[in-house]
Design a protein around this ligand. Sequence first.
Ligand code: SF4
Ligand code: SF4
Length: 314
Amino acid sequence: MRDKIISLAKDCCADLVGFAPAARFDKNDPVFKLMPEVKTVIGLGFRVLRGVYRGVEEGSTYYQYTTMGVENMEETILPMALVRISQLIEEEGFTALPQRRHQQIMAESDGMNPEVDFSRIWRGVKAETQLNFEDAAVKCGLGELGLHGGLLTDEFGPFVRYCFILTDAELEPTQIKAPHLCDRCGECVRACPGHALDADGKRDDWRCAVYYNGANGTKNPFMPPNALADFDDRLDIIAGEAKIDREKAKAILRELYFYPPAQHAYQCSICGRACDVACYVHLEEKGLLTRGFKKKFREREPWQFNIEDFKTKE
Ligand code: SF4
Ligand code: SF4
C-alpha cells in the first residue's frame, strides 16, 4: 500500500511523500487526540511554483502568488490529494483522517494568520485540535526547519505547502532529514519589509500581517502617497519601522487593503513572502537546491520606492 500511496500522491501533484511512525510523536501530541489509534502520519509536500513569486519580485503582478500559490493550493490541490489518497487507504480497509490547515480557526485568543483577513479569524476555539504542521513535516522527513520557522526542503527550499493523513495502517517510515540547509545566515530576517522576524527568526504574527499586506510603502505599488493619513507615525509605519501592537495592527490593516482579496478570506500578499524568497535565493546561491533551473531566480538588485514619496498627506 505504501507504494500505491506514493504513486497516487505523485498523480495528485504531491512532490514529497513521507511516513512518520506514531512513536515519533510525544504522547501528548495532537495526533493522538485527533486519532488515538494512529499508527502512521503521512506527510505530503507540494511545490509552490517558483514562477508565481516572479510578479512580486518584479513589482508587476501580485495576485498570482496569492491565488495560485496560496488559495488554489490550500483550497483545491491539497484537499483533492487528501481525499483521493484517503480513499485509497480506506479501500484497503484502514481508516484515514486527512489534515489540512484550517486557516481561519485559532486556539489562541490573540492569534493571527497573516494570510487571511484578520476580521475573518475565529479565535480561542479551544475544542478544535490542529496538528503542529511544521513539527509533523519534519517528523515525516519532508525537510528541516529554517531559522524563520518555515519548512525548507532539498528540492524547493521554502517554496512548499504541506498537509497530512493520519492512519491506523503501519507503513514503513521515512528517515528524518539531518538539518543541512539552514546556516542561520539571517537573510530571511533582513528581507522582511516590516522587521517582523527577530534576530532568532521568531515571528511577530501581527506585525507580519501588517507587512504581508503591504504596509511598507517602499515595496507596495498600490499604496497612495497619502496613505495612513490618520496615523501620527505614518512614515515610520510606511518605512517598516513603527512600534506596532495588536490593536494598532488591526487599525492599520483596516486602512491597508488596497488590493482585492482572493476567495476564502485570503488577502493578497504584497510582501510576496520576502523572507522565503530571500531564503530561496540564498539556498540557490549556495547550490543546495536539488531542482535546478536554467536561470537564477534573482537576476538584479531588488527594487524599492523612495520613502520621500510618501511625505505628503494630501
Ligand atoms: S534565509 Fe538563511 S537563516 Fe533564514 S531560513 Fe534560510 S538559510 Fe536559514
Ligand atoms: S517577509 Fe512577509 S511573510 Fe515574511 S515575516 Fe515579513 S511580512 Fe511576514
